[in-house]
Write a protein that binds this ligand. Sequence first.
Ligand code: GLN
Length: 292
Amino acid sequence: MVTYRELLKKQTAVLEKAGNDNALFDACELMGKALGADCRGGAFESLLAGEAETSVKAEFEGLCQKRVNGEPLQYLLGEWEFYGLTLKVGKGVLIPRQDTETLADLAVAKYKKTDNIVVADLCSGSGCIALALEKHLKCREVWAVEKSEAAAGYLKDNLALNHSAVKLVMGDVLDSDTANKIPAADLIVCNPPYLTADDMAALQTEVTHEPKEALYGGEDGLDFYRAVTRIWKDRLKQGGTLIYEIGAGQEDDVMQIMVQHGFENVRCRPDPCGIMRCVMGTKNEHLTERTE
Ligand code: GLN
């Protein structure tokens, strides 16, 4: 007889041999998926002692093979956690990253004492930021803007899964017609595509499975910061805040773009690794009177 524990050991070795640095973690997660059980739960240990069913064995080995071929663990699991929320993910949507929790932290810290705010999340993807802010702030309305039909499919599932009242607007954030579909907001957050052409040429295998349109921010990675700042500053109330996630080393350029558009108190903030991960600023009183 073959037990699940033996299968786990064997596939962990297969993943390790393929260069996976988290082989045991990934193998446990995939075993949990194949078994339909929570591999972090207390019952998992005793399940592992059992004799492996042929169909579960085949499912597990198939998942491990896909992982060896570079498919992201998160896509294989079909679910991932962000800010304490469980979200559906899969081909066609960017996987929520821990980096992005920095943006959520900043927004929550800034608005936790304010009631009744209107929030807009641009380039919402899975909806991870919109959902986190809806849960942790006292919002009157949260709007999520997404262009991709595939991503929006996951977003809708995630709204349902989390019993959310977030309102989805289908549209391109680079189109001012999209901005006109949303009321003036107290807070606009955006994790746009920000990888450069050079970054795109050197992607980790896993990331090549993710949608290019969620990653590529133009030759210098800054296309969305330029256009979104210009188009969406009019959708921000006076005194409102715009917070961006940025890529490593983009803080000076993005701060400069916001300053050029009249934002005040423009600053950058690091993620837990010390990399500048967010740029934020406040819309000043006279911003809408400026001409460009
Ligand atoms: N943080 C992602 C990465 O490094 C990029 C996501 C984005 O462009 N917003 O792959």
